[in-house]
Design a protein around this ligand. Sequence first.
Ligand code: NAD
Ligand code: ZN
Length: 243
Amino acid sequence: MEECYVNVAESIRHAHKCIALTGAGISAESGIPTFRSKGGLWEKYDPAVYASIEVFRQDPAKYWTIRGDFIRNYDQYRPNPGHLALAELEKLGFLHLVITQNIDGLHVKAGSKNVVELHGNLRQTFCLSCGKEYIAPHVPPGTPPYCSECGGVLKPNTVLFGESLPPEALLKAQQESAACDVMLLIGTSAVVFPAAALPQVTKRGGGKVVEINLENACPFADYFIGQKAGTALPAILSLLKKI
Ligand code: NAD
Ligand code: ZN
């Protein structure tokens, strides 16, 4: 493992462009359950149903019942050492970009500047009728909440199942995945497309994939670090500061 860390740090140091692709696993240590964690919220509620655009259109209250607490308590979630290490790697010039599938906004809170939020974020909530924006946690009460201006239903700026990804974000993610020579693939089961295809785009472009995850979900990763993101990323950062 020690040797693997050194090799990964060397690859990052020699890279022209290193990027990160993160999933729910990087936020697990901030107390936000992943889709697949045991005893998590999603064991009771199938996200493909509750977080789908179809259900939202039929009955937005259903969606707000499970997501509402999270949105209204938005400010209580804090970045963990994994998010902070990525922000520092960017500051030191080792990391070009973070592409995230997460909607929790924790990379931005940690201080990362160049961030692509592929699935949007829970920070911005807007009225489906007049477009008025509400910034979490300052969302009107109610399940679902209604717009204080026009009475329209409010929806967070997130990509629900059945919706397409914001085209500009997806294009940037694809271009940067093709152009990078190292991708840090962190805390994602790599099953939700199109994000799941990005590591392959990096491989096809001749780049290396470094997976940091508790499980080896990416069979073609060049390096696999089987540790928590909040342990592995600070360790890589401290090696890079030394060499
Ligand atoms: P996922 O739940 O499918 O997989 C999480 C992965 O993280 C697993 O492979 C697991 O082994 C790994 N993991 C768990 N704890 C870890 C840790 N401490 N360090 C490193 N790895 C760890 O998540 P996904 O691949 O991101 O895909 C599912 C979808 O879930 C995404 O579209 C995302 O939008 C959504 N989601 C987001 C959040 C969030 O915003 N925090 C939370 C749950 C789900
Ligand atoms: Zn409105």
